[in-house]
Design a protein around this ligand. Structure first.
Ligand SMILES: [Zn+2]
Length: 614
């Protein structure tokens, strides 16, 4: 949709941290960081042998590590903030290079400490955690140690780590290199153009159905030229992980889902229930996909429709929303939950902690970051006045609120798994979307909002399970032997059909090659956390009305616990539900069904009106 280019957001103020890369305070922080690293390095020899002196050294090192992490993160955030506004900022680029050295040193210096924590006896850990400054890390320590049965010997771990650089990680890098150099031949209008993957992917957001399909075909053709390399890569990555599972099974069997589930701080039973609920509600999700296709006047949902915008109905454009208006919309929607939430939004803007300018060298996308020393959040985006920008701002402010309510907690309790990371953001986004829907004055505005909801529903409830099912089948089959190109295509097509059913126009059989997530060498199953986060936050949102005025303090208490318990413990304590049982998840899906109904009713209304016009 065309937008008046005059609308933009404010620039952020970073001067509360450092006046610039030359600020002496920044150099002082780096010197202090170096001193902390040196002190820790001096203590390292005391970690062997593992006796009382080792425990005392580990406690000292843990405190040094916390302080060092804060300084390193603070300067890193500053460099990243400068670079996201101006990718060509020379000083920030140099600072980033310097920081790489510190990061490497940080990893090396604290490796012995982390091995001590993993390898220590239960008594030693009890004694280690008896220090009041170290005690808050209890959850982190115990959760990390839950997988200590998988540990190989120190020498073996170090060998694996060394070999993996040119082993599993090399395959990941090869994939990135192919993706970065890929040229797609796309039909644009009636001329064929050659363009890179990023630019071609941008066309998948075209409002023109044929354009999206052409872009999708071009991307798949480009990947087909590399299908043998991708096959070698995906087989090697899966094979490496399966071999590691085998090696790590000396004490008890290790499954390929153990690591991703643990990383997300959930259990296998929860994952199984989550996917079962998605499967039980396939018909609803497929209905949403079919309605999206119908809105474009066609019978089937194509793989190229995943990121399609709402169809344009014609009629008056709703016009751009100024940044100030956006802030008011968000503050009043947030304020419906509690006045503190509205005040938080206004504070973020007043303190100039939001970056929304338009600039030629700005990084794309939006994110929330924060300074570790002052524990103040920052929101980054490019604000151009579209309705989707308002939603993005609401989303990022949700992340900011999450970190803000945790600002007084010990460092070791302030990080949370990916499964809970989108809780506050999705919550904030949903609040504002509902407010916009209530205020909407045109069918197009309502369509835009409900369309986004349907896109999210089909992405999380159909596409994510498709990816999961493929990946699980891949790992299962790979246990026997490497798979051939055609087998991977068939396996992927089958997963698409299994989830999309009759709503699907055709499966995306090259998705195993075109989806980057299957080639991240550092982690596997980068899919189910999205489904978890989506349904968990909507489930929480659905409880807002039921809890009335009590809701906000309970919400804050829940957010504050995200860094010190598993998702199951969190849900039991704050929502009084079991994530291992389908009830909570099913209630959330039932609430979504009403949105699908609303979307269908709107479509019907638009279709009736259009027929009347003819
Ligand atoms: Zn987010």
């Amino acid at each position: 949709m065309a937008q008046a280019p005059a609308v933009s957001g404010p620039g952020w103020d970073l001067s509360q941290e450092y006046s610039g890369v030359d600020d002496p305070a920044l150099q002082e922080d780096l010197q202090a960081l170096q001193a902390l690293l040196d002190q820790a390095a001096e203590l390292n020899p005391q970690l062997q042998p593992a006796d009382d002196a080792a425990v005392a050294a580990a406690q000292q090192i843990a405190k040094l590590r916390d302080s060092a992490a804060v300084l390193l993160a603070n300067v890193s955030t500053f460099a990243n903030c400068l670079l996201s506004v101006d990718a060509k900022h020379g000083g920030a680029q140099m600072l980033n290079g310097t920081l790489q050295g510190y990061r490497k040193q940080f990893g090396d210096v604290f490796e012995a400490w982390s091995q001590f924590i993993d390898g220590a006896t239960a008594e030693q850990i009890e004694s280690y955690l008896s220090d009041p400054d170290v005690a808050p890390s209890a959850f982190q320590v115990h959760h990390g140690r839950a997988r200590s049965h998988e540990k190989l010997s120190l020498a073996e771990e170090s060998l694996v780590n060394g070999l993996s650089q040119d082993g599993i990680h090399a395959w990941g890098r090869l994939y990135d290199q192919i993706a970065g150099s890929l040229q797609c031949e796309v039909l644009v209008g009636n001329e064929t153009r050659s363009m890179g993957l990023a630019q071609t992917s941008g066309l998948l957001m075209s409002a023109q159905d044929s354009q999206r399909q052409a872009a999708w075909q071009a991307i798949n053709q480009a990947w087909q030229a590399h299908e043998e390399s991708c096959t070698a890569g995906i087989n090697a990555i899966a094979g490496w992980r399966l071999e590691m599972c085998k090696q790590r099974s000396r004490e008890q069997p290790v499954h390929f889902l153990d690591a991703p589930v643990h990383m997300n701080r959930i259990g296998r039973a929860t994952l199984d229930t989550l996917l079962q609920v998605a499967a039980d509600n396939k018909a609803l999700s497929q209905r949403a996909a079919a309605l999206q296709a119908r809105a474009y006047g066609k019978s089937g949902f194509g793989p190229w429709d995943l990121r399609a915008p709402a169809p344009v109905l014609g009629g008056a454009d709703s016009g751009a929303i100024s940044f100030e208006q956006a802030v008011e919309v968000i503050a009043s929607a947030y304020g419906e939950v509690h006045p503190d939430m509205a005040e938080f939004v206004r504070m973020m803007v007043r303190e100039r902690w939001v970056e929304g300018t338009i600039g030629p060298n700005k990084a794309p996308g939006a994110h929330c970051t924060g300074f570790a020393k002052s524990r103040t959040p920052r929101v980054y985006m490019t604000y151009t006045g579209g309705q989707s920008d308002v939603i993005t701002l609401a989303h990022e402010l949700g992340h900011a609120l999450h970190s803000w309510v945790m600002r007084d907690l010990p460092e070791s309790q302030r990080s949370y798994g990916m499964s809970l990371a989108e809780t506050a953001s999705t919550f904030g986004e949903t609040l504002v979307r509902d407010a916009l829907l209530a205020q909407s004055t045109s069918a197009q505005q309502r369509l835009d909002i409900l369309w986004e909801e349907m896109s999210a529903l089909t992405a999380f409830m159909l596409n994510i399970p498709t990816r999961f099912e493929f990946e699980r089948n891949l790992y299962t089959a790979r246990q026997q032997r490497p798979l051939r190109v055609q087998e991977l295509k068939d396996m992927m097509a089958e997963a698409w059909r299994a989830w999309y059913g009759d709503a699907l126009a055709e499966p995306d059989e090259m998705f195993w090659a075109s989806k980057l997530h299957f080639y991240i060498s550092g982690l596997s199953f980068y899919n189910f956390p999205y489904l978890f986060g989506y349904l968990f936050s909507l489930g929480l949102y659905a409880r807002r009305d039921a809890n009335g005025q009590d809701f906000y303090p309970r919400y804050v208490a829940l957010l504050r616990d995200t860094g010190r318990m598993t998702a199951e413990e969190l849900a039991a304590k704050h929502l009084d539900v079991s994530l291992e049982e389908p009830v909570f998840w099913q209630q959330t899906v039932d609430a979504l069904a009403k949105r699908v109904d609303a979307f269908e009713a709107l479509l019907q209304e638009i279709e009736t009106r259009n027929r009347g016009r003819k």
